[in-house]
Structure formats: C-alpha cells, structure tokens
Ligand binder design. Structure first.
Ligand SMILES: *Cc1c(COP(=O)(O)O)cnc(C)c1O
Length: 350
C-alpha cells in the first residue's frame, strides 16, 4: 500500500494479498536454470501429475493466466456458437467477465438462473431448459456452477449432486468456476474428487491466484474428450505462457504438501472470526452464511465511511450487491480481524 495508512492488510479482496511462501519458493527453484518453453517442461509435468494425484483421476490439465480466461475457454470448449450456458444471475461469468465467455464461444448465449444465497435453484434449470424447445432458442448445453459461490456460500455435496443430476437429465455438461475451490473443499472437508467429478463435474477452473499463487488458474478436464484441441484454444486466446514453468511451478509448491488446503482453511477461519465479531454488533447484519473466506455484511453508510477514512479498504458495491464484502486471505491474521472489529466497535459507539 502506498498511502500513509498504518493498516497493511485489508479485506477488499483475496487478490490484495501477496504470494504465499510455498508458491514463492517453487518459483525461485524454477528460476535456477534454463527450461523448455511453452509447457513442455518438468515443472508443468509435475504440477499436472500432482493435480491428477489429488483428484484421483487421469484428468487433462492446462495452466492459464486468470479466471476469466479459464472460464471462457473451458465453457467455449463445451459449446457451439448456437448453444447456451446456464449460470446463476450473479455468477462471475455473467457479471464480471466483460462478455468473454460469449466472445470466446463465438456467441453462445448466457441464460440466467435464480436462487437464494448465491446458489442455483435446481428447479430453475428445468425452467430455463424447457422454456422453449424450438429452433429459435439457443440450445442449452452447459451449466456453470460457482463453488464457493460469489457470496461466499458453499454448495453441500448433496446440493451439488442435485444440480449436476438435473443438468445431466437436461443434457447439459457441467462446468465449475472454482476461483475459490480450495476454500470450498476446506469448508466441506471432503476429497477434491468428491467435490468434483465424483459429483458430476466435467471441467473445473481451479483458482490459484486468490489462494496465494502470483498468477494463474488450472483448467482441469475430468472428461478428457472435452479437452480435445484445448491447447489450440489456449494459444489462440493468448493463454499459452511461453515461460510456462512460472505459471505451473507455484502449483507444485501449493499441492505437494497440502499448502493449498492449509491456506484456504486459514482464510476460512479468519472469515469465521470476523463473522462472530460482526454478529455481536447490533448495527451490522451479516447477509449470508459464512461458509468460506468472505463475509457479506450490511454496514450503515456512516460506519463504512468512518472505516474507509480510518484506512481500511473493502468494497461495498462489488458485482451490484448492497452489502460490504469482506474477504480474508491466506495471510490475514487474527490481529487484522481484531483490529478491524475494534475500529468498527469504536465508530459504532459514537
Ligand atoms: C476472481 C474470480 C474469478 C477470476 O477472475 P479473474 O480476475 O479473471 O482472474 C472467477 N470467478 C469468480 C467467482 C471470482 O471471484
């Protein structure tokens, strides 16, 4: 932070945080010598093998620069231009990717689903799919599920399986926006396999950035058939890193000893601490169940202003919602949370 505020860690976003030690060390190791470019290197091989290990599946893996690319390219590999993609109305692919999924899928239309707490109502899938059956309507082809959701809730395995079963019944393939997949797995305390392909997910965009990697997400195809020619899509989409090892090596550091889950558990625990503290303040309403690393809370405007003036950074209108969004990261400390709550209590009392 370049301002004079003594506050060093904020709750604005999990991408405000830096690179975690495990990812950093792996990058330093990858920097020791020359290596083959464009992903034909030992780091990329190792990272892909580690992903196959933790998912207990011979999946196909690609590393890309960000979540928008991961989502758009993987969705476009599921769809023809005349198809449609179903997702929750507040899904990142709809609200925050500047039309990239439609662009990369050459015009596939996004159809919006409703549901409480950021979660898709399974009944709404049938409504969207069977609303029209004629040739004038874009043919539904993919369901995109965000796990953890945009409001920090997490689908239980039962909820997930209900959605994917409904998708299958309607002839849809299942995409998971797992920008905060690590937080979801930590929250559910299930195996990564159960959280994905064993529960009907075809392709996962596994977020690294928000969990402590510098740059990059992994696209994991559990159905290898869907990954056909995905390498060309990545290259054409500007996502084939020439020094790929610096995208992939951090994953080896995150995956080999479970750092990815350790950091996610920690971020979730900090959100829990924040949640408990906020609930003790009568002026503040926590809006959703805190299942992962974010807390959405209705905080009165004067209080928001006072906190901002004090130097705390957090957003109040991300993605169109009214609540303040407080995100915890792998490096958020108990002290950070307590200091934030202390300031909030102090301003709430005046
Ligand atoms: C952050 C985020 C992404 C990825 O965004 P990029 O800025 O493109 O990396 C995708 N989905 C969700 C739900 C996110 O919060």
């Amino acid at each position: 932070m370049s301002d004079a505020s003594p506050i060093r860690r904020h709750f604005a976003s999990d991408n405000y945080s830096g690179i975690c030690p495990e990812a950093w060390v792996a990058m330093v190791e990858a920097n020791a010598d020359h290596e083959v470019g464009y992903g034909n290197d030992t780091w990329t091989q190792r990272a892909s093998d580690l992903l196959r290990e933790i998912f207990e599946k011979d999946c196909e893996v690609f590393f890309v620069f960000n979540g928008t690319a991961a989502n758009s390219l993987s969705l476009s590999s599921l769809c023809q231009s005349y198809h449609s993609i179903l997702c929750h109305e507040i899904a990142h692919v709809e609200t925050s990717e500047c039309g990239a999924p439609e662009f990369f899928a050459n015009g596939s239309k996004i159809l919006l689903l409703r549901g409480e707490n950021g979660k898709i109502d399974p009944k709404d899938i049938d409504r969207a799919v069977n609303k029209r059956k004629d040739i004038h309507y874009p043919k539904p082809r993919a369901l995109s599920i965000t796990q953890a959701t945009e409001v920090g809730t997490v689908y239980s395995l039962d909820e997930l399986r209900t959605l994917t079963a409904e998708a299958r019944r309607c002839g849809l393939r299942v995409h998971m926006d797992g920008s905060r997949f690590a937080n979801a797995v930590a929250s559910l305390n299930v195996s990564p396999a159960e959280a994905t392909w064993k529960s009907g997910v075809d392709v996962l965009c596994f977020g690294g950035t928000k969990n402590g990697i510098a740059i990059g997400e992994a696209v994991v195809f559990f159905d290898r058939e869907l990954a056909k020619e995905f390498d060309y899509r990545c290259k054409q989409g500007g996502q084939l890193a020439s020094k790929m090892r610096f995208l992939s090596a951090p994953w080896t550091g995150m995956l080999k000893d479970g750092a990815w889950l350790k950091h996610a558990r920690h971020a979730n625990a900090m959100a829990q601490r924040l949640d408990i503290g906020l609930r003790a303040l009568p002026q503040i309403n926590v809006a959703y169940s805190v299942d992962s690393n974010s807390v959405f809370a209705k905080i009165p405007d004067p209080l928001v202003k006072a906190m901002h003036a004090r130097g705390w950074r957090f957003y109040t209108h991300v993605g169109g919602w009214q609540e303040a969004r407080l995100m915890c990261s792998w490096d958020t400390t108990e002290n950070d949370v307590d200091n934030f709550l202390t300031d909030l209590k102090r301003f709430a009392a005046v």
